[in-house]
Design a protein around this ligand. Structure first.
Ligand SMILES: C[S@@+](CC[C@H](N)C(=O)[O-])C[C@H]1O[C@@H](n2cnc3c(N)ncnc32)[C@H](O)[C@@H]1O
Length: 349
């Protein structure tokens, strides 16, 4: 055994253990507004406790742990804590491109299924999205929404051939597997002339999506329905979008065929999938680690719980997605654009 390598691996383990328990700390800070209360306003632990109406002893321990992990700054001279602009950007502003607390809400809630998933490794059985803790749905929305707010209207739709013009003039759109409707609501808000249908097989998500749309003032303009990507109603759509959900499906080929049939002749399938390389080796990096982790607890079990025989996993890669589109009768397929977390594909009949 090589002692240097052993120590290096021990260091990695301590870092990961700290990160794991920090997930709980981040979610506590998010729920209680502890980060927000520090923005532009350094505080001692007692001051932060007063600002947020929390117990000072708990806040003290939280701040010390957060400072040890580099999530807040500590000034020993005044015994005060603060957020740098960069920490505030990622920890206190839900509408910026990356909102870390939402990702931790999703991670903690996913881990609540650990006993079921451990058992599933033995049985090979699935676990449906709908069987998870409600915070999986809410955390998923908080995880993905910042990326949609930052990119969907400004770069992803414009990267598609002629789609922005159609949506502006008034078109028919489906957001399949819409979850809590973060992307659906953005589309309805941006393109008031366009008819938008949001659908998901999970009734609880659709109920929450209706509420989110009503709160955003577009409740009347979105038709949310409980339907799978393999059987949503209607035809002649100009755009069908699947955001971070195709790889979750047990029958993505059936979804691709249904989407192909439901599109107008010059329609577009917008496929947003997690960023992934073509081979396992290409994905052995921090982003791949995040996605393989979520995929083990959420994506693969959901796909195995459905009819179809597929379980692509969150790191499926371009070739697998292109093959599904081609087999369903799409003749044009291309990578339209990408971000560090997502790849955006365009498929056309
Ligand atoms: C990772 S979440 C993404 C949700 C949403 N598109 C977003 O980006 O926030 C995956 C979603 O796919 C939905 N889903 C899974 N299988 C489905 C299917 N066969 N048809 C429709 N929706 C499905 C789940 O219920 C869940 O809402």
């Amino acid at each position: 055994m090589n002692e240097d390598k052993l120590n290096e691996f021990l260091g990695r383990f301590v870092g990961d253990l700290g990160a794991t328990i920090t997930a709980g700390q981040v979610v506590v800070g998010h729920r209680l507004g502890l980060y927000r209360a520090l923005v532009d306003n350094p505080a001692t632990a007692d001051e932060l406790a007063r600002r947020t109406d929390c117990d000072p002893r708990y806040v003290t321990e939280w701040l010390r742990g957060q400072a040890a992990g580099g999530y807040v700054e500590y000034d020993a001279a005044g015994d005060t804590y603060s957020l740098t602009d960069e920490q505030a950007f990622i920890l206190a502003e839900p509408d910026t491109a990356v909102y870390a607390p939402g990702a931790f809400v999703l991670a903690l809630a996913s881990l609540k299924a650990e006993d079921r998933i451990t058992e599933a490794f033995k049985t090979g059985k699935g676990m449906g999205w709908h069987e998870h803790d409600t915070d999986v749905f809410v955390g998923c929305e908080q995880f993905f929404r910042p990326g949609y707010v930052a990119n969907l209207v400004s770069s992803w739709i414009p990267a598609l051939d002629g789609v922005a013009e159609k949506l502006t003039a008034g078109a028919k759109v489906v957001d399949a597997g819409c979850g809590l409707g973060a992307s659906t609501i953005l589309l309805a808000e941006t393109y008031p002339e366009t008819e938008v249908l949001g659908c998901d097989y999970h009734e609880g998500s659709i109920e929450l999506a209706r509420k989110r749309a009503a709160d955003a003032g577009v409740g009347e303009r979105i038709d949310f329905q409980v339907a799978s990507a393999q059987d949503f109603p209607g035809s002649g759509y100009d755009l069908v979008a699947t955001f971070d959900c195709l790889h979750d499906m047990g029958d993505p080929a059936g979804a691709a065929r249904h989407i192909r049939k439901s599109l107008a002749d010059d329609g577009t399938w917008l496929i947003v999938e997690p960023a992934a390389g073509e081979s396992v080796s290409d994905n052995l990096n921090p982003v791949g680690r995040v996605y393989y982790g979520f995929s083990t607890f959420l994506c693969v079990p959901n796909a195995l719980s459905q009819q179809g025989g597929y379980s692509l996993g969150a790191q499926a890669g371009e070739q697998a997605i292109a093959a599904l589109a081609q087999e369903a009768g799409f003749t044009r397929f291309r990578r339209a654009t990408e971000t560090p977390f997502n790849i955006v594909y365009e498929a056309r009949p």
